[in-house]
Design a protein around this ligand. Structure first.
Ligand SMILES: Nc1ncnc2c1ncn2[C@@H]1O[C@H](COP(=O)(O)OP(=O)(O)OP(=O)(O)O)[C@@H](O)[C@H]1O
Ligand SMILES: [Mg+2]
Length: 275
């Protein structure tokens, strides 16, 4: 059964520490939501698990099914069953969506297996239809000229066909209208199984109404500071994160300093004396 283990993970980018010792275990059959303010390192966590070369592991480990993967390439990680739906999917002109997904699926087959293209075409078309992607999707260049919502649904289409063991969906809800959010939610919920461990990164309750999480983690300043159940989602939706910062005594000093310098900045913009 799938198991992702993140142990004491410290990660930097361009010399700046972004993740401060993350611990997280995700088993097959479980859905974990990660929420947290902008810039706290949620996408960085997704990227480092997938093996993005821009980020550097200072210490700690990432294990998939008991094996460390931190020296594996992105390609190897994908073949081992990891999947990341990116917050901002890249456009790849010159490569059709069908060829891209076909190549990715083929690469994950055992050496003695070959993809049955005829059957795969049907699977692709079914998945495209389920996500209301339009009949010419297979010929369109990957993400090129796709609307924001189409890019997000195209990530889910890849997930449906790749059948990963661990999938991380980074803000899959951003840019989706209410109907498409529901559609994506239903498609992902359909994929839930004992062999899939799911991590949903999101800012909003509405996604988690459709894809219900077992655990909710809150990340602040590169650390998971609280883990709970669904009750946390509602609290965040209603009250934001200030209560938690107060509860944990996080950086009140830094925020006061920021307000102070913003205040000074405003003063110099608008002239002293306007309060
Ligand atoms: N290449 C980079 N160079 C410098 N800083 C970076 C780089 N990439 C990321 N960061 C910084 O790392 C921090 C965490 O970014 P990250 O994208 O992981 O946040 P996030 O929690 O996903 O935020 P959001 O909710 O806005 O998507 C931010 O302060 C960001 O500016
Ligand atoms: Mg992000």
């Amino acid at each position: 059964m799938a198991r992702l283990e993140i142990r004491n993970l410290v990660v930097s980018v361009e010399g700046k520490i972004i993740l401060n010792g993350i611990n997280l275990n995700v088993d097959g059959g479980e859905t974990h939501a990660i929420m947290g303010p902008n810039g706290t390192g949620k996408s960085t966590l997704a990227a480092i698990v997938m093996g993005h070369p821009k980020y550097k592991i200072e210490s700690g480990d990432i294990l998939l099914n008991g094996e460390s993967i931190i020296n594996s390439t992105v390609d190897e990680r994908s073949r081992k069953g990891l999947f990341l739906a990116m917050q901002n999917p890249v456009e790849v002109p010159g490569v059709t969506t069908f060829d891209f997904v076909k190549t990715a699926v083929s690469a994950r087959l055992e050496k003695d297996q070959r993809l049955r293209v005829g059957k795969f075409i049907f699977q692709f078309e079914d998945a495209a239809k389920a996500l209301k992607m339009g009949s010419n999707l297979s010929e369109r260049y990957l993400n090129q000229g796709f609307s924001g919502g189409e890019k997000k649904r195209n990530e889910i289409l890849q997930m449906a066909l790749l059948k990963p063991q661990i999938a991380i969906l980074d803000e899959i809800d951003s840019g989706l209208d209410v109907d498409m959010l529901k559609l994506v939610g239903e498609n992902v919920t359909k994929m839930k199984s004992q062999t899939l461990g799911l991590i949903l990164i999101t800012h909003y309750q509405r996604l988690l109404d459709y894809i219900v999480p077992d655990y909710v983690h809150i990340m602040i300043k590169g650390d998971i500071v609280k883990t709970g159940g669904k009750e946390l989602i509602k609290k965040i939706d209603n009250e934001g994160y200030d209560w938690l910062k107060t509860e944990l005594g996080i950086d009140e000093l830094e925020e006061k300093t920021t307000q102070y310098s913003l205040g000074n900045c405003a003063n110099s913009l608008f002239g002293e004396g306007h309060h």
